[in-house]
Write a protein that binds this ligand. Sequence first.
Ligand SMILES: [Fe+2]
Ligand SMILES: [Fe+2]
Length: 173
Amino acid sequence: MRFFSENIESLRELYVNQLRTMLSAERQITDALPEMIDKATDEQLRQAFQSHLQETEVHVQRLEQILSQPSKSDAIKCKALDTMIDETESVVGDVEDDSVRDALLIAAAQRVEHFEMASYGTLRNWAQILGESGHAQILEQTLNEEKHADQLLTQISDKVNPYASGTGRATAA
Ligand SMILES: [Fe+2]
Ligand SMILES: [Fe+2]
C-alpha cells in the first residue's frame, strides 16, 4: 500500500516522474555491471559489459543533466530493474558451466537493454511533444547506445550459445 502519492496531472509531470525512475534504473545498472563483468568468462562479453558500464555512467549523467537536480533522493526506485537484477543473481550462482553462465548473463543484459530501449523511446517521444527538443536529442543518443549494446550482445550470443548447448565444443578445433 502506498501512503504517499504524488499527483501527476500532466504529461510533463509524468515525463519527470519517468525520468526519475530511469535515473534509479541506470544507477542500479551501474551497480550491477561490475559483478556481471566479474562473473562473465568470454573476453568479448567482459569487454562489452565494461564499455557499456562506461556508457551507463554517462546515461546517469545525462538524466541528471535533464533533471538538473543530481541529488540521490530525486530518483524514484525502479522496481522492474530491482526485480530483474534479483532474478539473475538468484540463478547465476547455481550455474557451473562457464558458457551456460555467459548465456544467462547475455539473456539478463538483453532483457535490461530492451527495457531501456522501450523506456527511452517513450521518453524521447514525450520530450518532442513537450517541446523539449534538447532533451529529445540527449535521450535519442542514449536510446541509440542501448540499441547498439543489444546488437552487440546478440552477436556475442551467436558465438557463446553454441558452446553453452554443447555444439560449439564439437566444432572447435
Ligand atoms: Fe542505459
Ligand atoms: Fe543499457
